[in-house]
Design a protein around this ligand. Structure first.
Ligand SMILES: C[S@@+](CC[C@H](N)C(=O)[O-])C[C@H]1O[C@@H](n2cnc3c(N)ncnc32)[C@H](O)[C@@H]1O
Length: 225
């Protein structure tokens, strides 16, 4: 995938707002294992997550775990005005692009759906990505990119493996899986096990530069099928 996407203006969206951070923290207190972070990612990390994806040449993009929608917004900002298929739940756009966000937490799914009506937000488990895509008319093996906000170190090994295997199956050959890890988590063994799992699953795994502006600092894995 190459760079050069025409940016999509978003005058009214100004980064993760205080309200989002409070909502996020509240859900973290309720479901710490599922949420896996006490605050939403920052805009710099969101920009790194979508950098280099040319939306003019892709047809289907999926997001895992949008939370308060930081990466959702980055995807929507990066896509050209006319990229989205208008049949996508009657959303704006006149192109052929499909964008599905899969969020496990019911409250967060509802909040991100109302904040970003252009995205098709599904309240489900990322492990079910194949069925979700099929239901939306996207055949497994044809998805161009998957952007993941999941906190992998807090997901047990079996579900992790299931999600990654399903991810690999839905991506097209050469399709990209983007995910992030906190720099500090590399002190923990499970973060290295996760890196190994990525390398075992994908043909290429590129480790991005640390985004120090994010709190806590994090880096992006760009994995190619
Ligand atoms: C660490 S938060 C990240 C939220 C946001 N993408 C960000 O970077 O700020 C992880 C999100 O993934 C969701 N999540 C956790 N497990 C999931 C799963 N199996 N399928 C879909 N969403 C999941 C959580 O509810 C939470 O909203």
């Amino acid at each position: 995938m190459s760079t050069g996407t025409a940016p999509r203006p978003s005058a009214s969206r100004r980064g993760p707002r205080t309200r989002d951070s409070i909502a996020f923290l509240r859900e973290f207190i309720r479901h710490p294992g599922r949420i896996g972070a006490i605050a939403p990612s920052g805009r710099a990390l969101a920009a790194a997550m979508v950098r280099g994806i040319d939306f003019r040449s892709v047809r289907a993009v999926v997001e895992f775990g949008p939370g308060t929608g930081v990466f959702t917004r980055a995807v929507l900002d990066a896509m050209p005005h006319d990229w989205l298929d208008p049949r996508q739940s009657g959303r704006v756009g006149n192109g052929r692009g499909r964008f599905i966000a899969i969020e496990f937490n019911t409250k967060m799914a509802a909040a991100v759906r109302s904040q970003y009506p252009e995205a098709l937000v599904v309240n489900d488990d990322a492990a079910n990505v194949e069925g979700i895509c099929r239901r939306e008319g996207i055949e497994p093996g044809t998805v161009d990119a998957i952007i993941s906000g999941l906190a992998w170190t807090s997901i047990p090994e079996q579900p992790r493996r299931r999600i990654l295997e399903a991810t690999h199956r839905v991506l097209k050959p050469g399709g990209e899986f983007r995910t992030f890890t906190y720099q500090a988590s590399m002190l923990v063994r499970s973060a290295w096990i996760f890196r190994r799992l990525l390398r075992d699953t994908f043909s290429e795994v590129h480790v991005g530069r640390v985004v120090w502006a994010n709190m806590p600092p994090a880096f992006v894995y760009r994995c190619v099928k």
